[in-house]
Write a protein that binds this ligand. Sequence first.
Ligand code: ADP
Length: 188
Amino acid sequence: MRLVLVGPPGAGKGTQAQFLAEHYSIPHISTGDIFRANLKAGTPLGLEAQKFMDAGELVPDSVTNEMVKDRLTHADTANGFLLDGFPRNVAQAQVLSSVLDQSKTPLDAVLELQIDDSEIISRLDNRRSVESRADDAAEVIVHRLKVYHEQTAPIIGYYSTEGSLITISATGAVDEVTKRAITALGNK
Ligand code: ADP
């Protein structure tokens, strides 16, 4: 199963990705997690990414694309993968398509987690009190949502034209959303 998860910040991508990756026995590749791990370890990549992440901006494609291309060469992706947080704009989607075209391993599905902005704001208000991520600050959230609508949402059109898009609602309990996802992906 080669799967991409798309949805706004706060849709629950990370949480659902963990369950789905386990269900399909595929690695969960989160670009946000990779950036955060690099930041924690103080690597040049982490330091480069930090200023963009803290501001709620996308890390430049030149950095992100190379990082993902490299990750997709690892042996654990041979039987599939779940990409969480990538692609995040149409240019990244095009890079991913061309990498997967070359290896003749197209995506099986792009799963969109759909949720209203008002629900996102209240969810992220809660996450801020639990996880204290710098990019969950209220004004940064508003900016991340703007970036999502302007830059990321267009990939939904891109994948719907390609025919791989599946959309589900991301509201309700975590396990309900997981069941919804597995049912929707059932015939993939
Ligand atoms: P969320 O899904 O809550 O928005 P992520 O953990 O996926 O959070 O991403 C956190 C931050 O990491 C983003 O706001 C962005 O700065 C950076 N980032 C993650 N993935 C990408 C990507 N594909 N392209 C550019 N920047 C990214």
